[in-house]
Design a binder for this molecule. Structure first.
Ligand code: ADQ
Length: 468
C-alpha cells in the first residue's frame, strides 16, 4: 500500500477520544482517515515565528505522524486571514459582497504556497500518494511539480466551487484555476460544485471534458469528480452510545423540563445562516403562540476566524438578535434561545443531538455539512428526531429524506419547524431509516477509499511532470 502524504493548511494533532473535539469538519475527517494509513500529515502548526525557517516539527501521536511548520505574522495576515478567509472563502460561498480583492493577499498566498512546497518536498518519497486539501492550497500541486515531484497528486475541495460568473470577479482567476490542473485528481463534494468547475474549464479555458470527467490539458489527463465526504460513523455512533453521551442527554433533557428542543451546531460563520435561522425561529414563535413556550432552540456556535472583521460582525449581530428574540418571547422561567459560544467533546455533542427533537441545519451555502450527518447518526432508531436541512448544503443531494428548506424564507423554515414537531412517529422512523443508511454507507472511510483509489487508478494515467 502506498504511503499517503496529506497536506492541509492546519494540522490538527489527534486528541484522545472524548476530549474537546477539533472543531473543523476537515480535522475531524482527516484524523480518522490517517489513522489507518501509514503516512504523514503536513501543514501549518498554527504558531507564529518572527522569521520563516522552514523547520519541520515531526511528531507521532495516536498512530498519525505529523510534520508542521511555523509561519510569519505577515504570512498569517495575507495568506490565512487575507486571501484564504477574506477572498476565497466568501467568494466560494457566493458572497462577493464580502469578498476582498487585495493584491497583497494574493502575493502572500503564493508566497506561503511556495513555502509549503519547499518544506513538504523532502517528505515525499517515490511511491507516495500526495493528497492536498482545500482552498488554502490550490496552487500547491503545480509548485510541487516545479520541484520535480512526479508522484500522483490529488486535491479535494471541502467548500463549494462558485459559478463561473462569480469566479471571474477574482483577479488572476485563470492563473489560479490553471495551477489546479497540475493535480491528477480534483475532487469536489457534489456534482453541483463539480459542474461549476467543469463549466469554467469549458467556457473560460476552452477545454473539452471527456467521458467520466477526464480533462486533457497539456498532454496530461486529469480526473475531476465528486466524492461526497461523510462522518466517522463507527466512532460517532460508539460515542453516541457512551455513558458520557447518556449523561449529557439526561442533563439537557432535565433542564428543558418536558419542552421540545431544536438544535443547531455550527462554527460561527456567516455561511451557516445563523441570523436567518434565529429569525425563522422567532417567526415560528410568533406564528404558533400555543407552542411558543414549549419549544427551545439550543444553538452551539464556537467562534472561528475572529481576526476577520466579517466574523466579528456576525458575532455581534447574533448577540443582538438573541437578546432581541429572547426579550420578546421569554418568560420568568423560560428562555427560547440558548446560545452558547464554545466547543464540546464529541460524545457530549452526540448526547445533545439525541436529546433534540429537531436538528436545524440551515446554511446559506455549504460544501457538504457534517453536522446534518452527525445529527442523524446520533438518533435513537425507535424514536428519532427530524432533520431540517438547507437545500443549499451539499448534504441535501444525499439526504433527500430530510425536510429540505430554503433558509432565506423565514415563512418556509417556520412552517417546516411546525411540520417537524408534529410529524408522526411512523414517518419519522421511515425517513430516519433511509437517512441513516446513507450516512452509514457513505462514511468517511468510504470517502477516503474512493478518493485514494481514484488517485491510484489507471483510468487517469499519470504522465511525466515535464509535460506540465
Ligand atoms: P465546516 O464548515 O467546519 O467544514 P461542518 O461540515 O458542519 O462544517 O463540520 C463542522 C464539524 O465541527 C462537525 O464535525 C461538528 O460536530 C464540529 N463542531 C462544530 N461545532 C462544535 C462544537 N461547539 N463543539 C464540538 N464540535 C463542534 C468544512 C466545510 C463543510 C464540510 C466539511 C468537511 O465548510 O461543508 O462538510 O469541511 O469537508
Amino acid at each position: 500500500m502506498s504511503r499517503l502524504i496529506v497536506i492541509s493548511n492546519r494540522v490538527s494533532v489527534p486528541k484522545a477520544a472524548g476530549a474537546a473535539g477539533a472543531q473543523g469538519g476537515l480535522a475531524v475527517a482527516l484524523n480518522s482517515a490517517l489513522r489507518e494509513h501509514r503516512g504523514i500529515w503536513f501543514g501549518w502548526s498554527g504558531q507564529e515565528t518572527q522569521e520563516f525557517t522552514g523547520h519541520l516539527d515531526m511528531q507521532r501521536n495516536d498512530g498519525v505522524t505529523t510534520a508542521t511548520i511555523d509561519l510569519e505574522p505577515q504570512d498569517i495576515e495575507e495568506y490565512y486571514n487575507g486571501y484564504a478567509n477574506r477572498t476565497l472563502w466568501p467568494l466560494f460561498h457566493y458572497r462577493i459582497d464580502l469578498t476582498e480583492y487585495d493584491r497583497n493577499f494574493g502575493e502572500g498566498y503564493e508566497r506561503v504556497n511556495a513555502r509549503f512546497a519547499a518544506s513538504a518536498r523532502p517528505l515525499i518519497e517515490q511511491d507516495d500518494l500526495v493528497w492536498v486539501h482545500d482552498y488554502h492550497l490550490l496552487p500547491l500541486g503545480s509548485l510541487l511539480r516545479a520541484k520535480g515531484v512526479n508522484n500522483r497528486m490529488g486535491l479535494f475541495l471541502h467548500t463549494p466551487w462558485p459559478p463561473t460568473r462569480l469566479l471571474v470577479s477574482l483577479p488572476f482567476h485563470e492563473r489560479l484555476v490553471e495551477s489546479m490542473l497540475a493535480y491528477d485528481v480534483i475532487g469536489f463534494q457534489t456534482d453541483e460544485w463539480l459542474g461549476s468547475f467543469l463549466h469554467y474549464l469549458e467556457k473560460e479555458m476552452g477545454l473539452a471534458i471527456g467521458p467520466d470527467g477526464i480533462v486533457e490539458y497539456q498532454g496530461r489527463r486529469i480526473l475531476a469528480k465528486a466524492f461526497p465526504i461523510g462522518i466517522d460513523y463507527a466512532e460517532f455512533t460508539q460515542g453516541a452510545n457512551s455513558a458520557e453521551a447518556a449523561e449529557a442527554h439526561d442533563r439537557l433533557k432535565a433542564s428543558v423540563r418536558g419542552r421540545k428542543m431544536l438544535i443547531g451546531v455550527d462554527r460561527l460563520d456567516y455561511s451557516k445562516g445563523l441570523g436567518e435561522r434565529f429569525e425563522s425561529f422567532s417567526r415560528f414563535l410568533a406564528d404558533n403562540p400555543d407552542q411558543a413556550s414549549q419549544v427551545v432552540l439550543l444553538q452551539i456556535a464556537p467562534p472561528s476566524r475572529g481576526d476577520v472583521a466579517s466574523y466579528q460582525q456576525i458575532r455581534e449581530d447574533l448577540e443582538r438578535k438573541t437578546g432581541h428574540i429572547n426579550g420578546a418571547h421569554a418568560d420568568v422561567a423560560f428562555v427560547p434561545i440558548r446560545y452558547v459560544n464554545r466547543g464540546y467533546p464529541r460524545r457530549q455533542l452526540a448526547g445533545y443531538y439525541r436529546a433534540s427533537e429537531v436538528g436545524l441545519v440551515t446554511p446559506l451555502r455549504d460544501g457538504m455539512n457534517l453536522v446534518a450527518k452527525e445529527y442523524v447518526a446520533a438518533q435513537k432508531p425507535d424514536n428519532p428526531g427530524v432533520l431540517i436541512l438547507s437545500q443549499f448544503a451539499g448534504a441535501a443531494l444525499q439526504m433527500e429524506d430530510a425536510l429540505l428548506v430554503n433558509p432565506h424564507s423565514l415563512e418556509h423554515v417556520s412552517e417546516t419547524i411546525k411540520r417537524a414537531l408534529d410529524m408522526p412517529i411512523t414517518e419519522r422512523r421511515k425517513r430516519h431509516e433511509r437517512l441513516l443508511a446513507s450516512v452509514r454507507d457513505e462514511d468517511v472511510v468510504h470517502w477516503r477509499n474512493e478518493f485514494v483509489s481514484a488517485l491510484f487508478q489507471k483510468s487517469a494515467p499519470h504522465s511525466d511532470a515535464s509535460q506540465t
